[in-house]
Design a binder for this molecule. Structure first.
Ligand code: B12
Ligand code: SF4
Ligand code: SF4
Length: 393
């Protein structure tokens, strides 16, 4: 193995670029392991305004989230990598499915990317002939990955807060290798939204409060993935048919309309995982956690847990006025062990209509006070928010 001082940083950077591209990464950049000051400031404001909702890991100290050296003491550089997950666009929702955000159509990216990151580190060690101390991760440790990636030149911050790359748009994951190698840093990413504000205008819930600032409490992605509680009643109609995540602020982005590049990784294709839509009735029939884990094993859809995914499917069914889901929803309301699921099923039945007798029956046996209120509201028209959904099924 080589002595570190004999490794030429420029040569190491060249090898990194070559091996990362060969491993299938679309974007490669490097920044120093110094604290991410502007990102840290923005994070502090975001936390203080309550926009981090109840995501415990996003309430960690700014000094930790904005400092790669807190993750690895010996860190010298952060290698930031981008990989397109773009699997194409959603076909029309003619069958009343629960819509899944594109990043989750295939296999669980955490596992898939991490394997390739470790492979990349091994190749670097072999080519450079030295041991490299590295932390490899994607979306899994406390670091402001978008900020690090912008520093490493992968792109610029769009008004939707996503990192946009001028050549491939924003449908890409960010992955990181924090290394103890000295590598020449790249220029910070630049670019601009110009006069466009489509994402802010079109976000269904008005979650983009200012350019680059997303209030997670309103974001459908948070509400359907990270949120462990109810989807607030007034937001339910705005969730539409999204059952897992949301892509609206990326779909409307002109960069994605013209630049989105299909993923070259077969693991992210629709065939590799759940695909663009969930069969809502099938999901509503899952009663046991074990069955849920088996059904969605190795996909990102395990994240909200069984209760969360059934909750989401209830809301999508209600918004779609999905009559053929009524029987499954009634079973959820009567039999499901989770009050979260029973209450959202009652809401959906109120939206679909025609289940008043069953709702009255449930009101006689239900013991959970929140569920009872949901049933009462469903019987009182269930439509206090006044939103209409498309009629399918
Ligand atoms: C928490 C989280 C969420 C939360 C909060 C999102 C948010 N916007 O904060 C929720 C659950 C809502 C979410 C949703 C999504 N997420 Co998310 N999420 C994260 C996570 C774990 C942390 C993000 C964070 O730090 N938020 C705090 C705020 C303050 O930071 P920020 O939004 O990144 O904003 C930065 C800018 O403001 C920036 N900044 C600095 N200087 C400047 C200057 C200007 C002018 C501007 C405008 C900004 C700016 O500093 C801030 C800090 O980095 C990251 C992974 C990670 N560890 O970083 C993934 C991550 C951001 N998510 C990702 C994805 C794919 C998504 C979704 C697209 C999934 C989906 N389809 O449903 C949506 C997109 C929603 C959206 N518009 O952001 C990717 C984004 C990749 C990319 N190209 O940008 C990441 C990086 C995961 C990964 N490793 O690939 N997510
Ligand atoms: S992901 Fe959806 S809800 Fe969240 S900010 Fe983007 S458009 Fe709005
Ligand atoms: S939709 Fe427009 S404003 Fe929003 S991120 Fe894309 S270019 Fe920027």
């Amino acid at each position: 193995m080589n002595e570190r001082r004999t490794i030429d940083p420029t040569e190491a950077r060249r090898v990194l670029e070559e091996r990362a591209r060969a491993a299938g990464f679309d974007l490669v950049g490097v920044t120093s392991a110094e604290p991410l000051r502007e990102g840290g400031e923005r994070l502090r404001e975001w936390q203080e305004s309550g926009m981090a909702a109840d995501m415990g890991y996003m309430h960690r100290p700014v000094e930790l989230l904005a400092n790669p050296k807190k993750l690895q003491k010996s860190a010298r550089s952060v290698v930031s990598l981008g990989v397109s997950y773009y699997p194409g666009d959603h076909p029309e929702n003619t069958d009343g499915g629960g819509r899944v955000a594109r990043y989750a159509w295939g296999r669980d990216y955490h596992v898939v990317i991490k394997e390739r990151l470790y492979g990349l580190r091994e190749e670097l060690e072999r080519e450079l002939g030295c041991r490299i101390k590295a932390r490899a991760f994607t979306d899994a440790v406390p670091l402001l990955e978008r900020s690090a990636a912008q520093h490493a030149g992968l792109g610029f911050f769009g008004r939707n807060s996503c990192l946009i790359n001028g050549d491939i748009g924003s449908y890409f994951f960010i992955a990181d290798l924090i290394v103890d190698l000295e590598l020449p840093p790249d220029e910070h990413g630049t670019g601009t939204c110009g006069r466009c504000s489509r994402c802010m205008d079109r976000c269904p819930t008005g979650a983009i409060k200012a350019p680059g600032v997303v209030d997670a409490r309103l974001c459908i992605s948070y509400l359907t993935i990270e949120n462990r509680g109810e989807i607030p009643r007034k937001l339910r109609p705005l969730v539409g048919d999204w059952a897992f995540g949301c892509d609206v602020c990326q779909e409307v982005c002109p960069y994605n309309k013209t630049k989105a590049t299909r993923s070259r990784w077969p693991e992210f294709s629709s065939e590799a995982g759940t695909g663009p839509y969930l069969d809502i009735v099938e999901v509503l029939e899952i009663r046991m956690d074990e069955e849920f884990e088996r059904r969605f094993a190795a996909t990102p859809l395990t994240r909200p847990g069984r209760d969360g995914l059934l909750r989401n499917c209830c809301v999508a069914a209600g918004n779609l006025k999905l009559r053929r889901a009524a029987e499954a929803l009634r079973r959820c309301m009567r039999e499901d062990e989770s009050a979260l699921v029973r209450g959202h099923a009652a809401w959906a039945l109120g939206e679909i209509g025609g289940s008043e007798e069953e709702l009255r029956g449930a009101a006689r046996t239900e013991r959970d006070s929140w569920c009872l209120e949901e049933i009462r509201q469903a019987l009182n028209g269930g439509n206090e928010t006044g939103a209409e959904g498309a009629s399918v099924g």
